[in-house]
Every structure is written in C-alpha cells, then in structure tokens.
Design a protein around this ligand. Sequence first.
Ligand SMILES: Nc1ncnc2c1ncn2[C@@H]1O[C@H](COP(=O)(O)OP(=O)(O)OP(=O)(O)O)[C@@H](O)[C@H]1O
Ligand SMILES: [Mg+2]
Length: 236
Amino acid sequence: MATMLSVQDLHVSYGAIKAVQGISFTINEGEIVTLIGANGAGKSTTLNTIAGLLKPESGSIEFLGESLVGVQAHRIVERGIALCPEGRRVFMQMTVAENLDMGGYTRKESENREELARIYDHFPRLKERRNQIAGTLSGGEQQMLAMGRALMSKPRLLMLDEPSMGLAPILVQEIFEIIKALHEQGTTILLVEQNAQMALSIADRAYVLETGTISMSGEARALLNDDRVRKAYLGG
Ligand SMILES: Nc1ncnc2c1ncn2[C@@H]1O[C@H](COP(=O)(O)OP(=O)(O)OP(=O)(O)O)[C@@H](O)[C@H]1O
Ligand SMILES: [Mg+2]
C-alpha cells in the first residue's frame, strides 16, 4: 500500500505550551487510521496542523509525496485533505444547503452539484432539511452536516475530529456506519476519537497519543485486545 500521509517528528506549541512533542505516523492509501487519547493529548492540535490551521514548530508533513508545511489551509483542501472539526462548527445562521456550498468553495459548480447529490444519498436527513437553518438542527444532524461539508471538497483524505462527541448511542452507531460507507467508497480516513471502542472497531491501525507523544501503535484489532489499552481507554 502506498503511503498517503507521512508525519515525522512533529512538534507544535501554543506559546510555552508544548502540545505535540515529536510524533511520527503514517497513513496508507485506503486505510482508516485512528488517533486515540485522553483530553489534552494533542489530537486536535495534530489534525489542525495537518489542515494548515496551525504552524508546526518543527517536523515534516508530507501528503502524496509533497510537503504541506507552510502551505495555506485552502490550498491543502485543494490538494485533497478535508477536516471535519471538533465541535462541528457549522455555520449556524446558514441553511443546510448553504453550509454544504461553503464546503465546495475550492471547486467548480458543476462538480459540486454531483458531489451534493452523493452527499444527500449518504445523508437523506440533510436532503429533507436542506432549507433548514443549521442552528436548529439536532446535534447528530449538525455532525452529519459538518461531515457533508467536509466531503464537498471531494477529499482523498478525510480527517474527522471526534465525530461521535455528545451523541446518543444510536446516532454514534449511525455516524460510524456512514464512516464505514465512505471508506468503502474509497476515502482514506484519519479518525480522532475518545470513543476508543468504536474507533478501534472500525480502524485498520491506531496510534495512542499521551501528552503529546505516541505511546503505542499497531493494528487496531490488536490494540483493542491490549491490556494497557483496555485499562486506560476501554474501561478495563
Ligand atoms: N489555543 C490554545 N492555546 C493554548 N493551549 C492550547 C490551545 N489549544 C490547545 N491547547 C493545549 O494543547 C494541549 C493539546 O490540546 P488538544 O486540543 O490538541 O487536545 P485533544 O487531544 O484534542 O483533547 P480533547 O480530547 O479534549 O479534544 C492541551 O494541553 C491544551 O490545553
Ligand atoms: Mg480535541
């Protein structure tokens, strides 16, 4: 399998706070890779840095063989990486359809129409509610909208930051089914989750992040059965 994303010895700080302290990981084309870890481990910082929203202090990030360091966020979207951020961050005052339009801003209108149809297939609920103001959607619907908006750029790599946060179990299940379907249709996925059980169940490989460093990595299935992982992240 070809390496799609390669992060090497990445360091990211907020002033004096060292959030990411020398992590290295790779994602191969076609994989679902998950980063799990407790609050404050540096998961979002890592995704935001790959997306070009934060500047690394040092280290390299290569996507399809080209460096992303110093590349502007919208150019990174054009190169094929989309971030569905933590907390969804949909445009509350805009309709569902307008939010989705925003996700396609780097692309041609004709291409966006095709993509929109595909997204409405994945998320029939968004189609029904396409003229509804996003701020009035339920939490689960807002998550679907945030995912749909990220998909509008037709990413080769979709980064999802805690898609299950705050959702009822039935909706968590639904979101994970959608992630699986997107993956089956060829999207490579980097999934950040606190729901380690669900994340490890669908991922190919996983990295465990602890206070800015990677403490464990391997096949997701092996980590799911690892005693240390079970104790720390799976409630024993
Ligand atoms: N804007 C910021 N300014 C200062 N420190 C920050 C900022 N954002 C994050 N941090 C710090 O960086 C560290 C990593 O935060 P990050 O948000 O990446 O963690 P996380 O693994 O995503 O956590 P969570 O599971 O709670 O979302 C934390 O110690 C956090 O307090
Ligand atoms: Mg986070």
